[in-house]
Design a protein around this ligand. Sequence first.
Ligand SMILES: Cc1cc2nc3c(=O)[nH]c(=O)nc-3n(C[C@H](O)[C@H](O)[C@H](O)COP(=O)(O)O)c2cc1C
Length: 189
Amino acid sequence: VLGIGGTTSGLSSSGRALAIAMAAAESAGASVRVFGGNQIAELPWYSPNGTDRVALARELVQAVRDADAVVLAAAGYHGTLAGAFKNALDYLEDLRGDPRPYLSGRAVGCIAVSSGWQAAVTTLTALRGVAHALRGWPTPLGAAINSAGVVFAPDGRCVDEHARGQLEQIGGEVVAFARLQRAGAPVVR
Ligand SMILES: Cc1cc2nc3c(=O)[nH]c(=O)nc-3n(C[C@H](O)[C@H](O)[C@H](O)COP(=O)(O)O)c2cc1C
C-alpha cells in the first residue's frame, strides 16, 4: 500500500492522518510505503511535455505502479487539494500507457484535512473526483478531518477517537479490497 500525502508544515496534520491509516494497513498485513510532504514539495512542476523526469518523480510513478492500493491524504487549501499535492498526482499521468493505467483496479483511501469542516468536506469530494478520474476505486469510507480541534497530540497520536477510527478503517478497507483483487476475483480495470 502506497501512501501519498502530508505537507512540509512542521507537524503536518495530513501527514499524521496518513501515518495512522498506513499503520492500520500494515497491521492488516500490507507492506507499506509513504511518499510524504517533503518529497511532494521537492517535485518540480509537472509538465505534460516532459519525457525526462527527475529521479524522485520516476520513483513516485514506479511506486504507484507497484502498489496494490493507495491512500491519499491532502491538506485542504482554499477549499480544495493543496497545489503541491495535486502536482504530485499530476505525475500519475505518466501511467496512462501502462497495462494497468493510472489507478485502475486499485482501492484508493481518501483523507482530507482542513482547519474547518467546509474545506475538509469539499477537499474530500475533490479527492474522490481525482481518484475516479484516475480510474481508481475510492473506499466506501473517506475521512474529512477538521484540524482546528484537538485531533493530534504532539507525538503524532490521534487523540480524537472518532477520527482515529475512520483513519484506521480506511487503512483496513484498502487492504481488504487489494486482497479481493488478488484472491482471483476478476481484476477490475
Ligand atoms: C494556503 C492555505 C490555505 C488554506 N485554506 C484553508 C481553507 O480554505 N479552509 C480551511 O478550513 N483551512 C484552510 N487552511 C488550513 C489547512 O487546511 C490546515 O492547517 C491543515 O491542517 C493543513 O494541513 P497540514 O497540517 O498537513 O499542513 C489553509 C492553509 C493554508 C496554508
